[in-house]
Ligand binder design. Structure first.
Ligand code: NDP
Length: 446
């Protein structure tokens, strides 16, 4: 083998992709788990899977010009990273956020490869987006941006090639504008995007799926300790799609969510966020410019400016905002306060040190690629409804979602059990990897 050790391999990744810290972090986490599985397998070594699996099939970067409401021409960068298609067409969200760059999208696409594999569906991994900031933009500006973004993206996607969905900054509205433009350019009505409106091919439960799935996975983890969700106090970060529907399912199942946040701070509602209060948040956050501090004013609770919710005592913590939002200091506060479960609704919200701390303390830690896979799972179900043209009922989709989350959980237990403790990070990484690696071996050097 050309590498002396795992660290030697990781050092070459850092050297090759100098400015892509989030990508290094994601690769390090996966390689940390799979190194021994990969290097002990002769077929994987002969096919050089390790070197091949960390390079995307292709990375597309393009100009997105658009006209703002004052008639000024604006330009953003658009991206689509098609990372690995060994088990199916590329699938993964589009993120519109000013922080978007190649390194962030490569980390997200890389994670997506393993996540999609874990679902058991035939979905490859990809991710895309733009450094466009939807905050403070009018609907017309967002529409013009989405149309221009699709003016280039349409060349690279298709229902059998690459099927994007939403992510931060991209919800049903943006998917609608992009779908409309794709249809206009190609003159085909196809399931080329998921997260569509239910009138035009979207699946019931798709908006809810990531948050609901996160709670189902949390319940599965608790059950390994003969514990249950009911009555547990839960801190949540974020107040967007994933946070809202995680909160909704927690309320329905008798847990007590007490925090929500956004990039300006968090609210703490010690009495618990109720469905009625959550409906207020959903309406409020229809506008991306609205701030969660409004909740504090309306319900007379405390707002903590520029802080995250991890200092609040809880049984369960669900980071649902963005990458690296929970560091070692936060992790220590959580375990000191008695937190027994951390499940990642966001992608890679916990730093490497925070994850190590949770595993050292042997608390239940669910990594994003397993715990938040419900969204892509229902996207896969949306694709199959588009193919058969037969829409499923709400309960049918919800049951399929539960079944997939159960299956992901058992894969993690199968591959991650270590002397009475389940290391879900290893379980998810190895479980996801083996399917991809075997498929790459089957398909030869492509
Ligand atoms: P939304 O755009 O709906 O919401 C994002 C939320 O996170 C907002 O409350 C936002 O606050 C907050 N946030 C974003 N960036 C930051 C930041 N830099 N610092 C603090 N808060 C921030 O996105 P989603 O809910 O869809 O996505 C949230 C996370 O879940 C992401 O990591 C995404 O990749 C992941 N995910 C999403 C899936 C989905 O189906 N949507 C599927 C699987 C994972 P503000 O309004 O102030 O920006």
């Amino acid at each position: 083998m050309k590498y002396k050790s795992k660290n030697d391999f990781l050092n070459t990744v850092v050297d090759k992709y100098k400015d892509q810290q989030e990508f290094h972090q994601a690769v390090e986490e996966v390689i940390g788990s799979i190194w021994s599985t990969a290097t002990k397998n002769k077929k994987y070594m002969q096919a050089n899977i390790l070197d091949r699996i960390i390079v995307p099939d292709r990375s597309i970067i393009f100009r997105v010009p658009w006209v703002d409401d004052n008639n000024n021409v604006q330009v953003n960068l658009g991206y689509r990273i098609q990372f690995n298609s060994s088990i199916g067409p590329y699938k993964g969200g589009l993120r519109f956020h000013p922080s978007v760059n190649l390194g962030i999208l490569k980390f997200l696409a890389f994670e997506q490869v393993f996540k999609n594999s874990l679902t058991g569906l035939n979905l490859g991994g990809g991710k895309g987006g733009s450094n466009f900031d939807p905050k403070g933009k009018s609907d017309r500006e967002i529409m013009r941006f989405c149309h221009s973004f699709m003016d280039e993206l349409f060349r690279h996607i298709g229902r059998r090639t690459d099927i994007p969905a939403g992510d931060i900054g991209v919800g049903a509205k943006e998917i609608g504008y992009m779908f409309g433009q794709y249809k206009k350019i190609k003159n085909v009505f196809s399931g080329v995007l998921t997260g569509k409106g239910t009138n035009w091919g979207g699946s019931l439960i798709r908006p809810e799926a990531t948050g609901y799935g996160l709670v189902y996975f949390t319940i599965n983890m608790l059950e390994t300790q003969d514990d249950a969700l009911e009555g547990k106090t839960v801190t949540i970060s974020g107040s967007g799609n994933v946070a809202q529907y995680a909160c909704e399912k927690l309320i329905e199942l008798g847990a007590k969510p007490v925090t929500l946040s956004d990039s300006s701070g968090f609210i703490y509602d010690p009495d618990g966020i109720t469905q009625e209060k959550l409906e207020y948040v959903k309406k409020l956050k229809d506008s991306r410019s609205a701030r969660i501090s409004e909740y504090a004013k309306k319900y007379k609770v405390k707002f903590f400016a520029n802080q995250n919710p991890w200092s609040i005592k809880c049984d369960i913590a669900l980071p649902c905002a963005t990458q690296n939002e929970l560091d070692l200091r936060d992790a220590k506060k959580l375990t000191k306060n008695g937190c027994i479960v951390v499940a990642e609704g966001a992608n890679m919200p916990c730093t490497k040190d925070a994850v190590h701390h949770f595993i050292d303390k042997k608390i239940l830690f669910g990594p994003g690629k397993a715990a938040n896979a419900g969204g892509v799972a229902v996207s896969g179900i949306e694709m199959s409804q588009n193919s058969t043209r037969i829409p499923l009922k709400r309960e049918q989709v919800d049951n399929l979602l539960k079944g997939i989350m159960d299956k992901i959980h058992s894969t993690c237990v199968d591959f991650g059990s270590q002397k009475g403790f389940v290391n879900y990070v290893d379980g998810a990484n190895i479980g996801g990897f083996v399917r991809i690696a075997d498929s790459m071996v089957d398909q030869g050097v492509v």
